[in-house]
Write a protein that binds this ligand. Structure first.
Ligand code: CA
Length: 531
């Protein structure tokens, strides 16, 4: 697994010596782009973000922050895996790129994407790991991806169209393949490498070497672990993503994860077996059961993040050893944030801060001042134009974001956005989060839950209520705020072109609870595996 041990020790010296002898610079002038992407990685799990619970130390992600810039409000536009990926590739909202949900959307690869434009401009392009857009990747010289959600252990993968089997832990394997591609790439070109982990997506299976990493720590609980949603509407009450009500035996590792082999299972059982035995004997109920699940969840989720961080460390060291660090912009991010027990939840979807905000750490030597932070509202929708800007390639007018390169270079454009538009669709499976759209500013969010059996508006005030447990919509003191935000929301809907009723397929193929089932398709047709 350790790439450094496998590589002949003299290689770096030989490469540099050859370049010096040749009199050329060590790298092309255009910067390389290394995109280190995770699935469901949330800011609360990254020590550079300074979460109060101090859940985990992430020295390697912290290194990127220390040597670069941390974005404190990088927001998503539709908080769910596939749609975020489609938005990153196209620089467009879901209603324009056509990928609304994880249930039945399929990415149209004929669309203009930033990897295709970079390849046309002479970049060598590769994607390794989780793709999750159903159709095959387009715009990449090399792709080696997990089918669908992928597995944590011994993952089947697809190598440029060919099915292959791997043995080991998926986070390690994705990094191995990424480093291997970097080592063997066409060195006459700058590169774009998208190294995309499955972790820490549900079911949160850590590497076997990390089982017990937290020494059975008693984790601090979030203040809203037992949120009762007092004063909130039906959309908030009637969810299916609670630690109390939705966790499965697989989620809490009362059963072993798929794909694990006999030898691995023995090691897995050595850790989980005695603890699961004690749990069954104690048979906790009510709040005690939620607390037990929360602790198990933290061990597993954070254990997955630990391996991501360790592997980010490996790839950063590889850049150092190969002399690539100086001319490579490293971007570390995730497809959305995640709930680590806040509001009693796991998963994502909502416009609330934990799932709306996603990590963004950027290192770019010579451009980004080390150890800086930005509070500006940026978004995944800005990534395409940012990467094109970094490479000196013009972005198409049709892209809807904005390059963050000026922010990276320490500028503060006076016309930078002060609000962002959001729209979530997927319903009712898998987590019964009702479709909603809204406008987000530094302080406020105005949200409309509009379908199928609700018509609720919420005003959130993060200054007065940072945990977002109250709805101020009917408070007379906020009448002017609501009026202004409503006008801004209407303006944004026109600006981004989201004024039409979304197609029915945007929500998924299952009928809503209060609607007749489609004729000839009893029960609707939905992928059971969608998460
Ligand atoms: Ca995700």
């Amino acid at each position: 697994m350790n790439e450094r041990r496998m590589r002949p020790a003299g290689l770096v010296v030989l490469t540099l010596a050859a370049l010096v002898a040749d009199g050329r610079s060590a790298e092309p002038v255009r910067p390389n782009i290394l995109f280190l992407f995770s699935d469901d990685l949330t800011c609360q799990a990254i020590s550079a973000y300074g979460d109060e619970r101090k859940l985990l130390n992430t020295p390697n992600m912290d290194r990127i922050a220390r040597e670069g810039m941390r974005f404190d409000r990088c927001l998503v536009t539709n908080s769910i895996c596939g749609p975020s990926r489609a938005t990153i590739l196209t620089g467009k909202y879901s209603h324009l790129n056509g990928f609304y949900n994880n249930t039945n959307s399929r990415f149209d690869g004929a669309q203009t994407t930033f990897p295709s434009l970079l390849r046309d401009a002479g970049y060598s392009t590769a994607i390794v790991g989780k793709w999750h857009l159903i159709s095959e990747p387009v715009g990449f010289d090399y792709w080696h991806i997990l089918p669908g959600q992928g597995r944590y252990y011994n993952p089947p993968m697809i190598d440029n169209g060919k099915k292959v089997e791997h043995h080991g832990y998926t986070t390690d394997i994705i990094t191995d393949l990424s480093i291997e591609w970097l080592r063997n790439r066409d060195k006459s070109k700058p590169f774009l490498l998208m190294s995309q982990h499955k972790a820490p997506h549900r079911e949160w299976s850590p590497a076997l070497r990390d089982l017990g990493w937290d020494e059975d720590r008693d984790y601090p609980e979030p203040p809203t672990l037992f949120d009762t949603f007092e004063g909130r509407g039906k959309a908030i009450h009637d969810h299916d993503m609670g630690i109390a009500g939705t966790f499965t035996d697989l989620d809490v590792k009362l059963v072993a994860p798929p794909g694990i082999d006999a030898e691995q299972l023995a090691e897995w059982n050595a850790y989980y077996g005695p603890r699961n035995g004690a749990f069954r004997k104690a048979a906790p109920t009510g709040k005690d059961l939620v607390r037990w699940r929360y602790r198990r969840y933290m061990h597993d989720y954070l254990g997955c993040v630990k391996a991501v961080d360790d592997n980010i460390g490996r790839i950063l060291e590889f850049l150092d050893e190969e002399g690539l660090a100086e001319n490579t912009i490293v971007v570390c991010s995730s497809d959305q944030g995640f709930y680590l027990g806040e509001h009693g939840w796991f998963d994502k979807r909502w416009i609330f801060e934990e799932s709306l905000r996603t990590p963004l750490l950027v290192r770019w030597p010579g451009k980004v001042r080390p150890g800086t932070a930005s509070a500006s509202i940026v978004s995944l929708i800005d990534f395409a134009e940012t990467f094109l800007d970094v490479a000196g390639v013009a972005a198409p007018e049709s892209m809807q974001g904005r390059s963050i390169v000026p922010l990276l270079c320490g500028e503060a454009p006076s016309d930078w956005r002060t609000s962002l538009y959001y729209h979530y669709y997927e319903f009712p499976v898998p987590h019964r989060v009702r479709p909603h759209y809204g406008v987000i500013t530094d302080r406020y969010k105005l949200v409309h839950y509009y379908k199928p059996d609700v018509d609720d508006w919420e005003l959130l005030d993060r200054e007065k209520d940072p945990l977002e447990t109250r709805n101020f919509i009917d408070d007379p003191a906020y009448a002017d705020v609501v009026k202004q935000l409503r006008a801004e929301l209407d303006r944004l809907r026109v600006e981004v072109g989201d004024t039409a009723e979304p197609p029915r397929s945007a929500y998924g193929n299952q009928p809503f609870a209060n609607e007749p089932r489609p004729q000839g398709r009893p029960g609707g047709k939905t992928k059971a595996a969608a998460k």
